[in-house]
Structures are given as C-alpha cells and as structure tokens.
Design a protein. Structure first.
Length: 255
C-alpha cells in the first residue's frame, strides 16, 4: 500500500530552493539554484535598464533617463542628509543596494515567483557587506581613532570596561538587526498573500463551483495585500539604506 505524505501549503513551499545546475567543487556545493537565478535575473534586468536609460545622457532627459535620475537623486539625498556631504563617495554603493533589494523583491511578485530577500541568508549577506564596507570606511577615515567609538567621551574610568563590552556587543549586532528586519517583514507579507491563495484552492477543491464563487472575497483581499506588499518593499528598501547611511555617518564622524 502506497504511503501518503501530505504536501505543505504553497505559502510554505514558495520558500524552497531548488537546484537548477548541480556544481560541486572540492567537496563544496556551489550549485546554481532558483535563488541564484532570481538574483542574476535581477542584476541583468536592472543593470540593462540602467545602462539603456542613461546611454544618451540628454540635457533634457526623456522618461527613461528621468526615471533613473529620480531614484538616484532620492538615494543621494538620503545619504547626504543622513551622513553629510563627506559621504557622497558612498552614494553608488548605497544606490546599488537600494535597487537590488527593491527590484529583487518586486520581481518576486511576477512569474519569476522567487523573492530572494525573503531568505535570511541573503539579507544577512547584504547586511554583512554593509558592515564590512562601513568598517573599512571607518578605519580608513579615522585610523586608530575608530576604536574610541566603543568608549563614549566623558565615561568614568570605573565604568569604562563595562561600557566597552556593551558597545562592542551592540556594534556586532548591527548586521544581525539590519538583516533580520527586512527578512522578517518580507517573509511575513509573502506568507500572508499565499495563505489566501491556498485558501482559495481549498475552497474550490472542497465545494466545487460554490467554492469558486466564495473565493472571490479572498482574491479581492489578495489584490489589496499585493498593494500593501509593494508598499512594504518600498519602505523596507528605504529603511535599509537609511540605516546604512547612519552607519556610514558613524564611520566618517564617530560618536
């Protein structure tokens, strides 16, 4: 008698990573997966659009060039207002982060059907990249003075050891909080949308035509949730670069 294994709802299965091209090098699994495919697709599509939109660089920009300039100016203003004029050199880095996170998330709502920002390993990798960048910037800008960051000015001598430990722990948690924040919000939104989709399928399977009619309400709610999901992507992408800009400010100016 064949065994029956219940299938997990799509709200959960949507986060499964499938191997597309198995690659094993010296015992390391470097396989090309659906997550990697989504990231490569995002880089190619967004990079191609940016290059095509700015190739002529007209003094009176057209719609494509204007769309890129609006996004770039938005990011540039966020960085400069938060970290100061000295942070202008960081604008390209922050801009790349913003468009990668935003459009990578948006493409997950299309037939691509894979949102890599809903995976903690991806958001943590991005936050660790920010952490490495800001630390490198801090050491280059402040030298050994960077370590004064962990001991606030005016701290009494007897409190110094405790405060240094607290500041170091708090500093090391920066990439964790940055990566978990965006992961948790996008994960929750995706689960909510797909739960309504699963509910529609269950109603149709259980009640037939009547269930299909009842499914209209969950489908309408899904449409509303899709709108909220896009808003969440915009807000979370902005928060990510805003916090990154705060870290850049600390790297350039210290406490």
């Amino acid at each position: 008698m064949a065994s029956y294994e219940p299938e997990a709802p799509y709200a959960i299965r949507q986060f499964e990573i499938d191997v597309l091209i198995p690659i094993h090098v010296f015992g390391l699994d470097l396989s090309f997966t659906t997550s990697a495919q989504a990231m490569v697709t995002t880089v190619i599509l967004v990079g191609g659009y940016l290059l095509y939109a700015i190739q002529k660089r007209a003094r009176v920009p057209g719609r494509l060039q204007s769309s890129v300039e609006v996004v770039y100016k938005f990011v540039a203003n966020t960085v400069v207002k938060t970290a100061g004029p000295e942070a202008k050199g960081a604008i390209p880095f922050v801009f790349c982060l913003f468009v990668f996170i935003l459009f990578g998330s948006l493409f997950g709502l299309t037939p691509v059907k894979f949102t890599f920002t809903s995976h903690l390993i991806v958001t943590m990798a991005l936050s660790l990249l920010v952490f490495a960048y800001t630390n490198t910037l801090a050491v280059r800008r402040q030298g050994a003075g960077f370590f004064r960051f962990f001991l606030p000015a005016g701290t009494p001598g007897y409190m110094a050891p405790l405060l240094v430990v607290i500041e170091v722990i708090s500093y090391l948690f920066r990439p964790i909080t940055l990566g978990v924040r965006i992961f948790a919000n996008i994960l929750a939104g995706h689960i909510m949308i797909k739960l309504f989709a699963d509910f529609c399928v269950m109603l149709t399977e259980a009640l037939g035509a009547a269930g299909l009619g009842i499914s209209i309400m969950p489908i309408l709610l899904m449409a509303v949730l899709y709108g909220f999901e896009v808003l969440i992507f915009l807000v979370q992408s902005y928060i990510f670069i805003l916090i990154t800009s705060l870290y850049i400010r600390d790297a350039l100016h210290g406490h």
